[in-house]
Every structure is written in structure tokens, then in C-alpha cells.
Design a protein around this ligand. Sequence first.
Ligand code: UD1
Length: 371
Amino acid sequence: MDKGVDKILLVAGARPNFMKIAPILRRLTSMPSAPRSKLSWKLVHTGQHYDYEMSQAFFEDLEIGRPDYFLEVGSASHAVQTAKIMVAFEEVCLKESPDAVVVVGDVNSTVACALVAKKMGIRVAHVEAGLRSRDLTMPEEINRMVTDTLSDWLFVTERSGIQNLKAEGRPEAAMHFVGNVMIDNLYYQLAHLGAGGAGEEKLSGPYAVLTLHRPSNVDAEEKFREIMGAILKIAARLPVYFPVHPRTRQQIEAIGFERRLDSGRVHLLPALPYKPFLRLFKDAELVLTDSGGLQEETTALGIPCLTLRENTERPVTIEEGTNRLAGTGREGILSAFEEFISDKSKKGRIPELWDGKAAERIVSILLGKPG
Ligand code: UD1
């Protein structure tokens, strides 16, 4: 059995990290007092995301307390952003001398902090280990591979992750199939959702929800226009609500597309905090997305999802869940939409261990108890 830890640094940097770190923090603070008194933890926010809608609003919504450290790294090229996180995080590690660093997901903050910790002889726990798209043009795939190579605990969300890690020769003793903290958070938030706030009127009639932010879909004007062309066709049959990520907003403004979308029944919304977004997508007829987490959340809720990518690192959402890979070409997206229309019954089932208890298992293992 692994030697348990006493002092942990938890790292969050970008929007999808906040949802994954929240259940772990919740578990730590609600633990029975005996194991809790042996353990201390601090939260580090790297500041990779910094807009109110992308960061602070999530802290409020997810009930995460103020971070103990805010590194304010902001946006930059990958090399500059990763390097700035590393420099700032090394100082935190020197000051705190933790015996473990917990990183989640696959963003630049994940890999940067894992690399710093490991080089300082601090053990690394990676939550959401083992996912692979096999697409090295995705920055997240590089981040996932490097982080998993460095990690002492590999906390895995679906069985494909274990197979991938074994194929890469990672030690089996480090692998723990624990379920999915993203889904822990989803169930918790659903139970505490309450009514909408001001400006959140309940939508009547069927609708779809779209999210789009991958550089490969958004940054090149031609690709973005192609995807949006398909979305406009779909919107003629099912209105589309589209909370817009800052990266995507830049492209929409650059090509002057705002009016065209709005007049074509694609309703542009600002980037939303977690709860308003959940209120929106939980009642959607269909979700179209290039996000990772949303593929999982729609599967957990039985909502049909069309993934606007050529591959997914989350195959269980297709094999068992409600997800379909639509690709990023106009014809592929439209034919996946037709399939959805003719077979709305693809309800899928909830994958193994997506039961809301992943954080509990993770904390037990970190404390040195069997999972
Ligand atoms: C990052 C993650 C991605 C994750 C996504 C969720 C990496 C490599 N990518 O991508 O995996 O799915 O977050 O949102 O870590 N910007 C703002 N305000 C912000 C943050 C960003 O305006 O608070 C703008 C910046 O101008 C920046 C652009 O959005 O150029 C992209 O931000 P960045 O953090 O570099 O990557 P994301 O595309 O958000």
C-alpha cells in the first residue's frame, strides 16, 4: 500500500479544472475529523483563466473558497504561459514543501505544475489520467501524455484509461480506476441547483446547446465558417443557444459574424458560470460541442451529444453513452444531426463508477487507505 500524504497542494488554472477540483475540496473539508486532522491542503489558482466569467464566477458558483495562492499568469503563447506557471509554482512549492501535488485534467496548468513538482521530488497525483485521443495536434493530448508519465497516482475515469496507461508501460500499482470527479460535481450541482437567477428565463420548446472553443475549430476562419454553416442549417430546425468562449468571441468579432448568427436562430450568450450553464443544457434536446467534459456530462444525463471533433479521448461516452462523433466537416455534422433526428432513442447508460463518489475514492487512496 502507498504511504499516505500529509500536506497537499491542489492546482486549478482554467475553467474545466474548477469543476474537477471542487468535489475533491468538498470531500477534504467534509471528511471525518480523524483522518482530516492528519492532513492539510492549500489551493493554488494559476490564473490561466482570469476573466470574471471564466474564473471568479466559477469559484462563487461551485462554492470553492478563495485560493490560497493566485499566480496571475494570464494568457500567452503555450511556451510563455507554461513557463510562467512553472516559475511561479516552483516558488509556492519551495515555500510550502508539500508531499503531494494534485493536478486535474489536461490544461497547460496541469502539465506545468506536474513538471515542477516531480523535479523537486514531490509526488504527483493526476486526476483524469489515461485519456488519449492519439492526436498530437491537440495541446491537451501532449499535456495528458507528459503529466501521466510523471505521475505517482494515476486516477482514471474510464477503463480505456487503464488500457492506455498499461500500453505505455506505466506501473499498475499507480493506476486507480476511481470514476469521474466531473460527474461528482454534476450530481452535486443538480441537487443544489435551485431556480434561475435574474435574466435566466426558462426556455420554452425544444432547443439545442452549442459550445465551441478548440483552437483547431475556432482559430482558422475557414474551418470556423464551415462549422457555423452547418450550425445555421441545424438552427433552422432547432434553435441553438450558444454561450461563447472568449477565444471564439474573438473570431466571431473578427469576421463580423454576430448578426448573421443571431438572425439565423443561433442565440449568442456570454460565457456562463456553471449553474446557469447546467440549467441551460440539462433540458436541451441536443448538445453540440467540442468540449471534453460536456461529452461526459451529457452521457451522465442521457442527453444526445454530437461531438464536433474527429476523435475523442473519452470513448466510453460513445460505446456506452449518448455521444456521437460528428467530425468537423459540414456534411458530417449534418448527417450526424439527421441520425439524431431519426434515432432520438439513443439513451445510453451511465458508465461504471460514475456514481458521484470519485473524490471520496481519490482522497482515501491519497491518505493511504485502499480505494
Ligand atoms: C484552455 C485549455 C483547454 C480547455 C479550455 C477551457 C490549454 C492548452 N487549453 O483553452 O484545454 O478546454 O481552456 O476553456 O490549457 N481568454 C480570455 N479570458 C480568459 C481566458 C482566456 O479572454 O479568462 C482568451 C485569451 O485571449 C486567450 C484565449 O482566450 O488568447 C485562449 O485562452 P487559453 O487559456 O490560452 O486557452 P483556452 O482556449 O481557453
